[in-house]
Ligand binder design. Structure first.
Ligand code: UD2
Ligand code: MN
Length: 568
């Protein structure tokens, strides 16, 4: 009896060990079959086990549901693709053994090909997004995808992800613009897929003119632009069309998730970012300003953005046309996102990023294609056009940040200036003040002057003191104590600035460490006088020997008359 029991325990133990080994072996099996979505998801999810359906992971005190989007079943698949022979399309272009998988597309082509045309990706939205509802009668959209020598596997995955993860009724058509790729079949063959149309440029136009061509043939009332190496995520389209339906002047973007250019893992991007730029017109992602972040109680709310990245957005077609589409004198790539963003904001619209819409994109480190006029010159031409048409007096900062742009050809902008006038757009100053106040205006280049009153000069005495004294030296030989920089609103001498001691008439004026945010240090010219901006009182020498004070402005009085004279 005892022996039987011992044997039974031994058999159960062995079975348990074998079972465990089998389970672990299954779990570590590489994702080799592209159609096996469960193993795909597992392979790319950094150790979290994902399977189609709803799972939950527990992190700290929060429960985060993970919804893995389902690939369609085979019969759905054949309906989606019509007569298109996917296998033949993909296998006609294969990486040859020994080829550098990064050479042609600046991403790992081998990995992209291996993934096949569909895969499950993680639903990267905030969990609250899944419970939002949208109007049942949303308008359909035309999807516009322009490409130049895109890899077949990434292009097809872009299209299939749209067909798989959008309500069919919202997809009016998918318009591909083949921007004179080497092989016309890359595009032509795809038009066998229902709803997919292919337009081929007879010469290289660049993405800007190609998108305009696509938009001009679109039959839906809403346009959706995508790059040719994207994967759209669950419910990506409804939030964007909803916002545009509610207000046609909104131009909306998804959060752009990252598809790794090395292993094609689908990675969630931060939901706290918006689009920004520096004065050289270089796009960057930046944190939402802290006050806005604090005010966001609902993570599903749209994020206002000063600019969009450019590739992925939804816009009402008649609004796109009304606002002048794109500047079609821009070539190949770059700058069009600034031009569009400035125009939308300044001419009565708005730009936003919708956190409940997610689209993955393969971000690359270099352009895989050539620029007929050279990369740098093209970027300068395009951004110069944007700066010249839209940035008013602020364009000087663009030129200081990008000195090489000066003197470079950028063509005629007469038509775009006419458009700006016709649309009655606001000045760039308005954009700076209302849309992007966080963009710091560079400090004015300091010019040294003397501040003369009659034959006397304003000078510093000791660390804090001030007074009038005979002007000494000439030109650059002036003593340091009589040299002033008028860097509005500051009046500075090295690191010290002219400041009032109190806001009332008669208060003394002295020197203190500069701080451009300090109200006591802010001045502006008022005729020949220097007015303190906050108190409204003017710098007054009263008598040549007395202390400097602020008094009621009477610019015609000798004691308030300051004549700045630039030192050569
Ligand atoms: C970003 C945008 C891109 C565009 C660009 C600035 C995203 C995700 N991408 O650069 O859409 O706004 O900034 O101009 O926001 N293409 C052509 N013809 C050409 C060159 C490119 O059709 O001569 C296609 C290309 O195949 C791709 C799209 O235009 O589908 C954008 O080009 P990209 O992917 O090289 O640009 P990207 O993502 O670096
Ligand atoms: Mn791209």
């Amino acid at each position: 009896m005892r022996r039987i029991r011992a044997n039974a325990i031994a058999i159960l133990t062995v079975a348990w060990i074998l079972g465990t080994f089998y389970y672990l072996w299954q779990d570590n099996k590489p994702a080799s079959t592209p159609s096996s979505s469960a193993s795909q998801a597992r392979g790319r999810s950094h150790g979290q086990k994902l399977a189609p359906g709803r799972l939950e992971i527990h992190r700290d005190d929060r429960t985060i549901p993970l919804i893995v989007t389902q690939p369609p079943r085979t019969e759905q698949q054949s309906q989606l693709l019509g007569s298109f022979d996917e296998k033949a399309y993909l296998s006609a272009k294969q990486l040859k053994p020994g080829d550098d998988p990064y050479r042609e597309h600046a991403f790992n082509l081998q990995e992209s090909d291996r993934l096949g045309s569909e895969r499950a990706i993680r639903d990267t939205r905030h969990y609250r997004c899944a419970s939002l509802t949208y109007d049942a009668d949303l308008p359909a959209t035309s999807i516009i995808i322009t490409f130049h020598n895109e890899a077949r596997s990434t292009l097809l995955r872009t299209i299939k992800s749209v067909l798989m993860r959008s309500p069919p009724s919202l997809i009016q058509e998918i318009i591909l613009i083949d921007d004179f790729s080497t092989d016309p079949e890359d595009c032509q063959l795809l038009s066998q897929i229902p709803k997919v149309h292919c337009l081929r440029n007879i010469r290289r136009e660049g993405l800007i003119r190609s998108r305009v061509r696509g938009a001009n043939t679109a039959s839906a009332t809403v346009l959706t632009f995508l790059d040719s190496h994207c994967e759209v995520n669950a419910d990506w389209l409804q939030p964007m069309i909803q916002r545009v339906k509610e207000d046609h002047t909104r131009v909306v973007s998804p959060i752009i998730d990252v598809i790794s250019l090395d292993n094609f893992a689908y990675l969630a991007a931060s939901a706290d970012l918006r689009g920004g730029f520096d004065w050289s017109l270089h796009f960057k992602w930046e944190q939402i300003p802290i006050e806005q972040k604090m005010a966001r109680s609902d993570p599903t709310q749209p994020i206002r953005t000063p600019v969009i990245a450019g590739g992925i957005f939804v816009m009402d077609k008649s609004w796109f046309n009304h606002l002048g589409q794109y500047d079609t004198h821009m070539d190949i790539w770059g700058g069009e996102n600034f031009e569009l963003s400035f125009r939308v904001w300044m001419c009565g619209g708005s730009l936003e990023i919708l956190p409940c819409s997610r689209v993955g994109h393969v971000f690359r480190k270099r352009h895989p294609y050539d620029f007929p006029e050279g990369n740098a010159l093209t970027y300068i031409k395009n951004t110069r056009r944007a700066a010249e048409v839209w940035m008013d007096e602020y364009k000087q900062y663009y030129y200081s940040a990008r000195p090489s742009a000066q003197g470079k050809a950028f063509g005629s902008i007469a038509d775009r200036l006419t458009l700006r006038r016709k649309l009655n757009c606001k000045p760039f100053r308005w954009y700076m003040e209302n849309v992007y106040p966080e963009l710091r205006v560079p400090e004015q280049e300091a010019v040294s002057s003397v501040l003369k009153q009659g034959g006397l000069c304003l000078e510093t005495r000791g660390r804090e003191g001030l007074g009038l004294a005979e002007c000494r030296g000439a030109g650059t030989n002036r003593p340091q104590s009589q040299k002033w920089e008028l860097a509005e609103p500051l009046i500075r001498q090295q690191d010290l600035c002219l400041a009032i001691s109190a806001f009332t008439a008669g208060s003394k004026v002295r020197m203190e460490p500069c701080n451009s945010k300090e109200p006591r240090q802010k001045w502006k010219p008022k005729g020949p006088a220097l007015q303190h901006m906050v108190s409204g009182l003017c710098l007054d020498s009263q008598s040549t020997n007395g202390p400097l004070v602020i008094t009621q402005c009477r610019p015609q009085m000798a004691g308030q008359s300051w004549e700045p004279q630039v030192i050569a």
